[in-house]
Design a protein around this ligand. Structure first.
Ligand code: NBP
Length: 495
């Protein structure tokens, strides 16, 4: 550790995985930083790492008072503790020593309304507040995350130079931008995570189809995913999947991926995304399908007994019959295209959710800029985010990514392959809920006329909810049952 300077430029409280790594990143970029954690052994651990990783300007503090007073004014304090009550408790511990003009920056995966409550509470004492989404996990925090700060613009301005240096760097700048007021930073991070759920689900379905219908081995899958990662699907999640397929099981034969229990964990941001989509009447079926799949994956024992019951009821292995006669090379190319088209639909849903919330809250979110800051550092980083950025730059009022001329052309070009994959998966009994949801979303959105006319008629029949007509203005109600009975009495369809 360097000798303590007069005062640190910034402070960070909460030294678990994220806090420790972000603090080291900040120190490495040349900003003297004070660090603090409730359990002080983590302070020593972080100070040791700072020493070992290049004598970085990081200074351990062992109580809230010394910590706060070791930071230059106006102070900026990042908090990276478990979201919820621990954030309130950390704020309470620090705020006795903070002064008007100082700023708190919560970097956790916080529910955006908690941030809005804390903004109001902090402002009563003249304290500025930012809720900052941080994505990229441990490695991102250490070497360049994607940062989504929202709340007080003054608080952002006070640390803009630091955030721009520590964020991931891509061809068009650092992966950070001021998101907007209130809890917008947390909300954007939440939707980022929802999109991440969708991406992971879609990739797992591509894997499932290639493995069970295409019969690909793990080494073939590794090669295919590596190849995909050199094209339009190039992304962090495709890259890590290629790596995962290569790892051998140190406790037995074969690859580790086959030994992993098929139960997905989750921490809640995907659920919040789907809840918010429902609240705002935004269709997000791909993200919802990914959440449902996580729920169903959790029912491991129930699924095992269901498999038994249905086998006894006559369910046979239908994959085998579909697998014979498969053109493997064609299947791989079809799955690649299906994955890409499904992914575009999922991003369209996430972006539309962000726009709806922005309108509701007056956040004025810049969707193109959000796509840009996701190009690096974060889990959903992908080459095609640059194209999403450009689509919103071309038309900031774009109703949906699906109607951007470039994406529209791509969807149409890929739809034949997409339908083949989904059709094949359905015949083989391999569930592809994400791909199906995306395709149904596309087909519903692109059809000028839907069967909603019948639903409206039903609603009017049983609830007198009225309906509109395609050929004249106004709202109408019909005595459907009476008229139908009269019609029955008149003409019979089989006459
Ligand atoms: P955790 O979410 O595991 O939280 C552990 C930290 O919270 C420790 O520093 C712990 O202090 C502190 N803490 C707790 Br728990 N209760 C506290 C309390 N009542 N008062 C003060 N401190 C308390 O840490 P993390 O995984 O580094 O994540 C931090 C935030 O970043 C979370 O909101 C998380 O959702 C978000 N995030 C995590 C990742 C990731 O990859 N892990 C990625 C992106 C965002 P102690 O040491 O004294 O127990």
């Amino acid at each position: 550790m360097e000798a303590s300077p007069a005062l640190s430029r910034i402070g960070l409280a909460g030294l678990a995985v994220m806090g420790q790594n972000l603090a080291l990143n900040i120190a490495e970029k040349g900003f003297p930083i004070s660090v603090y954690n409730r359990t002080t052994s983590k302070v020593d651990e972080t100070v040791d790492r700072a020493h070992n990783e290049g004598n970085l300007p990081l200074f351990g503090q062992y109580n809230p008072r010394d910590f706060v007073l070791s930071i230059q004014r106006p102070r900026s304090v990042i908090i990276l503790v478990k979201a919820g009550l621990p954030v309130d408790q950390t704020i309470a511990a620090l705020s006795d020593h903070l002064e008007p003009g100082d700023a708190i920056i919560d970097g956790g995966n916080e529910w955006y309304e908690n941030t809005e409550r804390r903004i109001a509470q902090a402002s009563e004492r003249g304290i500025l507040y930012l809720g900052m989404g941080v994505s990229g996990g441990e490695d991102g925090a250490r070497h360049g995350p994607s940062l989504m700060p929202g709340g007080s613009f003054q608080a952002y301005s006070n640390v803009e130079d630091i955030l721009k240096k520590v964020a991931a760097q891509v061809d068009d700048g650092p992966c950070v931008t001021y998101i907007g007021e209130g809890g917008s930073g947390n909300f954007v991070k939440m939707v980022h995570n929802g999109i991440e759920y969708g991406d992971m689900q879609l990739i797992s379905e591509a894997y499932d189809v290639l493995k069970h219908v295409g019969g690909l081995s793990n080494s073939e899958l590794a090669a295919i995913f590596s190849e995909w990662n050199r094209g339009e699907l190039e992304s962090f999640l495709i890259e890590i999947s290629a790596d995962i397929f290569k790892v051998k099981d140190e406790h037995g034969d074969g690859e580790l991926v086959d030994k992993i229990l098929d139960k997905t964990g989750m921490k809640g941001t995907g659920k919040w995304t789907v809840q918010q989509a429902a609240e705002l009447s935004i269709a997000a079926p791909t993200i919802a399908a990914s959440l449902d799949c996580r729920y169903l994956s959790g029912l491991k024992e129930e699924r095992e007994s269901a498999a038994e019951v249905l086998k006894e009821a006559g369910m046979t292995d239908i994959v085998g019959s579909v697998r014979s006669g498969i053109d493997k090379k064609k299947l791989i190319e079809d799955v690649r295209q299906a994955l890409y088209a499904s992914k575009i639909c999922s991003y369209a849903q996430g972006m539309n959710l962000l726009r709806a919330k922005s309108l509701e809250k007056g956040w004025n979110l810049n969707l193109g800029e959000l796509a840009r800051i996701w190009k690096g550092g974060c889990i959903i980083r992908a080459v095609f985010l640059d194209r999403i950025k450009k689509a919103y730059q071309r038309n900031p009022n774009l109703a949906s990514l699906l109607v951007d001329p470039e994406f529209a052309r791509e969807m149409v070009q890929r739809q034949a392959a997409w339908r083949r994959v989904v059709g094949l998966a359905i015949s083989a009994g391999i569930s592809t809920p994400g791909m199906c949801a995306s395709l149904a979303y596309f087909d519903t959105y692109r059809r000028a006329r839907l069967p909603a006319n019948l639903v409206q008629a039903q609603r009017d029949l049983f609830g007198a909810h009225t309906y509109e007509r395609v050929d004249r203005q106004g709202s109408y109600h019909t005595e459907w049952t009476k008229l139908a009975r009269n019609a029955d009495a008149g003409v019979g369809i089989f006459n």
